[in-house]
Design a protein around this ligand. Structure first.
Ligand code: NAD
Length: 531
């Protein structure tokens, strides 16, 4: 069994806690073991600083590296060069990163071969941002030259989820490192392995020891201890809304900055003027990529009543086609992997079961049961993993409104969608906005004025029209409502959120002018400067 440790101060480090095992969700096999997880003293979990814990050690290492200025005060050009080198080294490491990402997440290799190479764009984007960033001179009145510098915050803690371990780590790391911070990354306990491999890559690229550290461990233990540490100046988490609220309360108590990318329940509205084949392809991608385990998964499909029957029949065919091609995630022909864990499978089964227990209001269109037996694609034994097929449930109208099961409001985090009909644009917008989450949303229509009209009415941080789940380093990614988080990733805003400003004001008046105008306590003075 593969063994892994912590990455602290530029090398593997032993922790002193209890082992954590990593399971392959496609086979149920435990294949990696954390030999020495971080030790967290109990007192520390109660927000007390414990000088003996591995968490305290890692934060102090990061803090010393920050204070030394070796990275924080390095010229921007030097940091940009390191980020570009990290991108080049990441490409070299793809043959080891991709299979490991597949094994720990269970995601189909076709997905990871598309996603993991794309991460270099984040290192390159923030390297370019550093090289091209102009810093403003402000119109401050008086003989004053006032410019802004951007300086890093200090030690930042980044907490990532299981579904895109490398993608989300790199999305957070690239702007944090570009700005000159020291980072302690805590990956999900379910998928810690590839994040650890970023340690040697960044070291070889030139990130100084202590500036990047990885502390795998349990959320409520290691994660909580990390975000509680008083030396931490920013916490950036991607995860569920429950974890996000708990972490935010602690970060707020320490007056640390906070960014949170949390849950979703994305609506996808298909108007009568949509191209139905394109819309069905969009629904399938938006809903079933990563086995539905994405924050922007299109899980509430809101369809104009005139096109509903046609759309349902095309969607059923698509779901059946995907289901036929589910096999081992390592098979390049496999269309979809398993869910991450037995726990996640149970949650999906419970939500689907609850919805279908009301046959008067919900009709199963496809899927609906855990997959078992030999895969039709490659004979892989699906019973050993947590495989669940694409599942679609049509909600019926009850009186004048649509039935709303828990599946309508609660994130299932599985390949499960509900469809609801609408008649008017107003109804469509109302159904789309019926959620505590406001992260991603999709609209499908070939009527451009309808696209403009409706996109402005959806309460969501991202609205895609005739596409879904586009993610570019330049394009903000964040929730518009509190259930989906605080702040955003990507773009210059994310870089700014890893900095604070230093405003430098130089008085260029002559000494004579200053003596004449700036002596507030001059005897008998009138008309002297104030403020
Ligand atoms: P999770 O909340 O269970 O865990 C996320 C991370 O938080 C893990 O590293 C976990 O160890 C840590 N954690 C959990 N409780 C903690 C606590 N009390 N203190 C400190 N750390 C804690 O989420 P998950 O199951 O790994 O991921 C799925 C969730 O993430 C979904 O809700 C999904 O919508 C969300 N997500 C959001 C985005 C986005 O961009 N908005 C992207 C991906 C996933």
């Amino acid at each position: 069994m593969e063994a892994y440790q912590l990455w602290v101060n530029g090398r593997d480090a032993a922790g002193h806690g209890d082992p954590i095992l990593v399971e392959d969700p496609a086979t149920g096999e435990t294949f990696a073991r954390q030999v020495n997880p971080p030790h967290v003293h109990r007192r520390f979990q109660a927000l007390t600083l414990d000088n003996d814990s591995d968490v305290d050690e890692a934060i102090n290492v990061a803090h010393r590296a920050f204070r030394s200025g070796v990275w924080a005060k390095a010229p921007r050009e030097a940091r940009a060069t390191v980020l570009d080198k990290a991108a080049a080294l990441l490409i070299q490491q793809l043959p080891s990163l991709i299979p490991l990402e597949v094994r720990q997440t269970g995601r189909a290799i076709r997905e990871m071969e598309a996603q993991v190479p794309s991460l270099v764009r984040w290192f390159r984007y923030y390297a370019a941002a550093l090289r091209t960033e102009e810093r403003p001179v402000l119109p401050t009145s008086g003989k004053l030259h006032n410019w802004l510098e951007r300086v890093p915050l200090g030690v930042v803690v980044q907490i990532t989820p299981f579904n895109h371990p490398l993608l989300i780590a790199v999305k957070k790391l690239a702007p944090a490192l570009a700005a000159g911070n020291s980072v302690v990354l805590k990956p999900s306990e379910l998928t810690p392995l590839t994040s650890l491999l970023l340690g040697p890559i960044l070291k070889e690229a030139g990130v100084p020891d202590g500036v990047f550290n990885v502390l795998p461990g349990l959320g409520p233990v290691t994660g909580k201890a990390l975000v509680s540490h008083p030396l931490v100046r920013k916490v950036d988490v991607t995860g569920g809304t429950v974890a996000g609220r708990a972490i935010g309360a602690i970060a707020g108590g320490n007056l640390a900055r906070y960014t949170a990318e949390l849950g979703g329940k994305a609506p996808l509205v298909v108007f009568a003027k949509a191209n139905l084949d394109a819309a069905v392809n969009g629904i399938a991608f938006g809903s079933f990529i990563a086995s539905g385990q994405t924050c922007v998964a299109a899980t509430r499909i809101i369809v104009h009543e005139d096109v509903l029957p046609d759309l349902v029949s095309r969607l059923k065919q698509k779901c059946e086609s995907i289901t036929r091609r589910i096999g081992s995630p390592t098979n390049p022909a496999s269309s979809m992997g398993p869910l991450i864990s037995a726990r996640q499978l149970q949650k999906v089964e419970a939500l689907v079961g609850e919805t279908l227990s009301h046959p008067e209001s919900a009709q199963l269109l496809c899927g609906g049961h855990r997959m078992s037996g030999a895969s039709a694609l490659d004979g892989a034994d699906l019973s050993k993993g947590y495989f669940y097929p694409p599942t679609a449930i049509l909600l019926q109208s009850i009186g004048s409104s649509v039935a709303r099961p828990v599946l309508w409001t609660e994130e299932a985090f599985g390949p499960v969608i509900v469809l609801a009909p609408f008649a008017t644009e107003e109804e469509a917008v109302q159904l789309a906005n019926e959620t505590d989450f406001g992260l991603g949303a999709g609209i499908w229509t070939e009527d451009l004025s309808q696209a403009f009209r409706i996109s402005g009415q959806i309460d969501s941080g991202i609205v895609w029209v005739n596409t879904h789940h586009r993610n570019d380093p330049s394009s903000p990614w964040g929730g518009a409502t509190s259930g989906s988080g605080v702040g955003s990733e990507n773009g210059i805003d994310a870089y700014h959120a890893y900095t604070t400003t230093r405003s430098i004001i130089i008085n260029y008046a002559s000494a004579e002018e200053s003596l004449a105008n700036d002596d507030w306590f001059k005897e008998g003075a009138a008309n002297v400067r104030y403020g």
